[in-house]
Design a protein around this ligand. Structure first.
Ligand SMILES: O=c1ccn([C@@H]2O[C@H](COP(=O)(O)OP(=O)(O)O)[C@@H](O)[C@H]2O)c(=O)[nH]1
Ligand SMILES: O=C(O)[C@@H](COP(=O)(O)O)O[C@H]1O[C@H](CO)[C@@H](O)[C@H](O)[C@H]1O
Length: 256
């Protein structure tokens, strides 16, 4: 994460004054994330410290929702912190359509995702959950190459108008709701080349899959168990049970 911050700052704040701020929302990490981000030059906030009156939930979407309360730009670019193969052109690539076409309000990055089995190896939840969901329930999004890409950009006023899943459902929810509220013409996608990241273990992606599914089903009026209890069997018949948060935050503009 330090390299993402320091390289973006150097290229896009110090060398070219494209960005106004680089902000890291520390999702209440227990490692050195906070200090690494500060040392790399980011403005850093702990998610739980932002608007404590609104409480705090774990998760990626929560961090992104709370970022709206501590950032100022009319356009926001989101980037995952666990990137390995990437480059700073991701940011201007994502900003391009937003700065050149007022009709575009959300831009998704796409890329080859090389892994152990070749150039298109990455994206287990994308290929086994998100893309089938899109085929079944959200065909208007079928043209998106990487619907779950963590590298995307959005106009602040749009993102602040959306209900935001506090977990990993944030990406798909934003796409579905933008297509409904602003039309698919408001969504663009840009080829960013190649991107690899730190991979979670397969069973850890089970929680992510539940959250992506919950965000999709909620937007098609399907009532689900809340909170869902995910039972997995990593070793024989003894299950490991985990309750998965599928909480959604209201549009940030409603609680500024
Ligand atoms: O509770 C969380 C989980 C994830 N993330 C961010 O979301 C990115 C992607 O999450 P993760 O690495 O867990 O998913 P994966 O990259 O395996 O899809 C991370 O790099 C973090 O930047 C976060 O801010 N809070
Ligand atoms: O695309 C996917 O299936 C998952 C997991 O990727 P891998 O199977 O570990 O390559 O990663 C995506 O989803 C996450 C949740 O939305 C995003 O945070 C990641 O940026 C995105 O790559």
């Amino acid at each position: 994460m330090g390299a993402v911050v320091s390289r973006v700052r150097a290229a896009l704040m110090e060398t070219v004054a494209l960005l106004d701020e680089v902000v890291v929302i520390d999702s209440d990490s227990t490692d050195a994330t906070y200090d690494v981000a500060v040392d790399a030059g980011a403005t850093v906030h702990r998610s739980c410290d932002i608007r404590p009156d609104l409480g705090s939930f774990p998760g990626k979407g929560e961090a992104m929702w709370k970022s709206l309360f501590v950032t100022t730009g009319d356009v926001v670019v989101f980037m995952d912190a666990d990137l390995q193969d990437w480059d700073t052109h991701f940011v201007p690539g994502l900003l391009g359509p937003l700065l050149s076409d007022p009709g575009v309000e959300l831009v998704k990055g796409y890329y080859e995702r090389p892994g152990g089995h070749g150039a298109l190896d990455g994206g287990r939840v994308t290929e086994l959950v998100a893309r089938p969901l899109i085929a079944l329930l959200h065909p208007e999004l079928a043209g998106l190459v990487q619907p779950l890409a963590g590298e995307w950009a959005v106009r602040r006023d749009l993102f602040a108008s959306l209900s935001v899943p506090t977990g990993y459902g944030v990406e798909l929810a934003a796409l579905v709701d933008t297509a409904v509220g602003r039309g698919t013409g408001a969504i663009a996608q840009v080829d960013l080349g190649t991107r690899s990241h730190r991979h979670q273990a397969l069973l850890d992606l089970g929680g992510m899959a539940v959250q992506v599914l919950a965000a999709s089903l909620a937007r098609r009026g399907v009532n689900v168990v809340d909170p869902p209890l995910l039972e997995q069997f990593p070793a024989g018949l003894k299950p490991v049970k985990r309750s998965v948060d599928i909480v959604e935050r209201p549009p940030a503009r409603e609680v500024w």
